[in-house]
Unconditional design. Structure first.
Lengths: 111, 113
């Protein structure tokens, strides 16, 4: 069966520091992969999605970037965090045209 | 472009009462529609989905939703609320083209005894 792993679960980082969040999927190949950010009262905002290795689309211009160095690995990064980057980050994978399966999320607090 | 509007950011019901969470969507192509539930500090869990076929879909934990194309709606219902239903609920839309899920802003359901 397919599983998705996302880590770390919580992270506290100072303003201006770099960020790297990792997500891996097991039990499937060539999945669509997504990064969402959740802020209170704003629902889930799609940040990036990828249909294959090194194929990444950005939905919202911001201080973040994403990479997919391997088929089942999706990384969210920042060179310098801002206070506004705080939030709950969710990785998800989806077979084309069906529901998405979510990781457990990372609570990022920028201080 | 696709979008989702969830009417009511917070819904409160008594235990045993009907649960109704509203969702309207906008899509230029036939939509796929989903309801997810989220408990605090956790990921999202799929409750139910509509892709094609029967417009009334049943999900886990006694929830169901009906796709109404004429009203562009996909409201979530449960006949009798339980305390364990208290959570945040998200409606989402995608399409047959395999686009990413677009979510509404969520509705927090509170259940009182």
């Amino acid at each position: 069966s397919q599983t998705i792993h996302q880590w770390p679960a919580t992270l506290v980082q100072p303003v201006g520091s770099p960020l790297s969040l990792e997500c891996t999927v097991e039990g499937t190949s060539n999945p669509n992969l997504y990064w969402y950010r959740q802020a209170a009262g704003r629902g889930l905002q799609l940040l990036f999605y990828s249909i294959g290795i090194d194929q990444i689309s950005s939905e919202v211009p911001q201080n973040l970037s994403a990479s997919r160095p391997q088929d089942r690995q999706f990384i969210l990064s920042s060179k310098k965090l801002l206070l506004s980057d705080s939030g709950f980050y969710l990785c998800a994978w989806a077979p084309t045209g069906t529901e998405a399966f979510f990781g457990q999320g990372t609570r990022l607090t920028v201080v | 472009a696709q979008s989702v509007t969830q009417l009511g950011s917070h819904v409160s019901v008594s235990e045993g009462a009907l649960v109704l969470l509203r969702c309207n969507y906008s899509s230029s192509v036939p939509p796929y529609l989903f309801w997810y539930v989220q408990y605090p500090n956790q990921g999202l869990q799929l409750l139910l989905k509509y892709t094609t076929g029967a417009t009334l879909v049943k999900g886990i934990n006694g929830f169901e939703a009906e796709f109404k194309k004429s009203e562009t709606s996909f409201h979530l219902t449960k006949p009798s609320a339980h305390m364990s239903d208290a959570a945040e609920y998200f409606c989402a839309v995608s399409s047959q083209a395999g686009t990413a899920l677009i979510f509404g802003k969520g509705t927090t359901l509170s259940v009182s005894s």
